[in-house]
Design a protein around this ligand. Structure first.
Ligand SMILES: Nc1ncnc2c1ncn2[C@@H]1O[C@H](COP(=O)(O)OP(=O)(O)OP(=O)(O)O)[C@@H](O)[C@H]1O
Length: 312
């Protein structure tokens, strides 16, 4: 279990993590989503004691990182897969970590086996592909058999096989009852991997809940209507607007209607003798929900960049 209470980090005038309060439960994969620069890495660094919060607390199984006697036995983290000594072999890297953290050496072959690196245990980490380095990073996180796992962008840059492996492996770790918290800016990946989502923008909490709830909250459900270009769609749009619907015309012969159920749109079209080619509920997707939730923070960042470029 991870518990954040009012977690805040400021660098000078800039607040990069802003009053985050949330709980990350065991037995589930929780995705930590946000656009670039949203504050995901900084949050993870505060949880693992690498950065000191300006205010607020981050507790791991009820204790701050500094209060954990043998931290790797409670929390394993992968913040930078390339943070290994390049000349050490995978086995040497893990053995050094185990020794300095009071973890029995027998864990080294166990975790190498768990991530499928047994055959390359004697190879120098510096020669590893990104996918292999990510596996080694996950092995290191698992060394102390921790109940909490924190992973920063674990699928970034991986090929489809690597992505599938990480996804399946993390789900199996959650199924064992561990708390799995992983950050990503890939919403499509999170939809397949996570049970719950925490979404942040500009360091602030935007959404927190089961994937389906976050999608529903962030998405405007709508009805897509298609018909002949001059077949009365404009009249239908007027009638719908009088019923309080919000109506857009994304292309000639098409309407995008929200605020009125699909059945009512069909009834009104029938009453107005409007011939239709298509009447369809537009499915909510995580991507849409995410774009809607984070658009303000992305727009803010874009405006700031434009201001900087213009010398404002
Ligand atoms: N040591 C630091 N000093 C000043 N600003 C910092 C420092 N570390 C991070 N920042 C700023 O904090 C903001 C959040 O950065 P962070 O790396 O936590 O975001 P992120 O969500 O992990 O982004 P990304 O997906 O790009 O990795 C950024 O604007 C970054 O420039």
């Amino acid at each position: 279990m991870l518990t954040l209470r009012g977690l805040t980090k400021r660098y000078g005038e800039k607040t990069v993590v802003d009053d985050l309060t949330l709980e990350v439960a065991p037995g589930k994969v929780t995705g930590f989503l946000g656009p670039n620069g949203a504050g995901k890495t900084t949050t993870m660094r505060m949880i693992t004691g690498l950065d000191r919060p300006t205010s607020g607390t981050a507790l791991i199984s009820g204790k701050p990182y500094a209060g954990l006697g043998r931290p790797l036995r409670t929390v394993g983290s992968l913040l930078d897969a390339r943070a290994t000594h390049p000349r050490r072999t995978a086995h040497q890297h893990l053995l050094a970590m185990a020794r300095s953290n009071g973890i029995p050496a027998r864990r080294v072959p166990e975790v190498l086996g768990a991530v499928g690196l047994t055959d390359v245990a004697g190879r120098r980490a510096g020669t590893f592909s990104l996918g292999m380095a990510q596996r080694l990073g996950i092995a290191a996180a698992l060394l102390g058999d921790p109940e909490v796992l924190l992973l920063d962008e674990p699928v970034n840059g991986l090929d489809p096989d690597g992505v599938l492996w990480v996804r399946t492996f993390l789900r199996s770790l959650a199924a064992e009852g561990r708390t799995v918290f992983l950050s990503s800016h890939l919403m499509s990946e999170m939809e397949l991997t996570a049970d719950r989502l925490v979404v942040i923008g500009q360091g602030r909490l935007l959404a927190d809940g089961p994937v389906a709830d976050v999608v529903a909250a962030g998405t405007r459900r709508s009805v897509r209507v298609r018909g002949p270009q001059h077949g009365g769609l404009a009249a239908l749009a007027d009638r719908l607007a009088r019923e309080g619907a919000e109506v857009d015309s994304p292309a000639p012969g098409e309407l995008d209607v929200s605020g009125v159920p699909l059945e009512r749109v069909g009834d009104l079209a029938h009453e107005a003798h409007v011939h239709l080619y298509e009447l369809r509920a537009v499915e909510a997707s995580l991507e849409e929900a995410y774009m809607r939730l984070t658009s303000e923070s992305v727009e803010y960042a874009r405006k700031r960049r434009t201001d900087v470029e213009a010398g404002v």
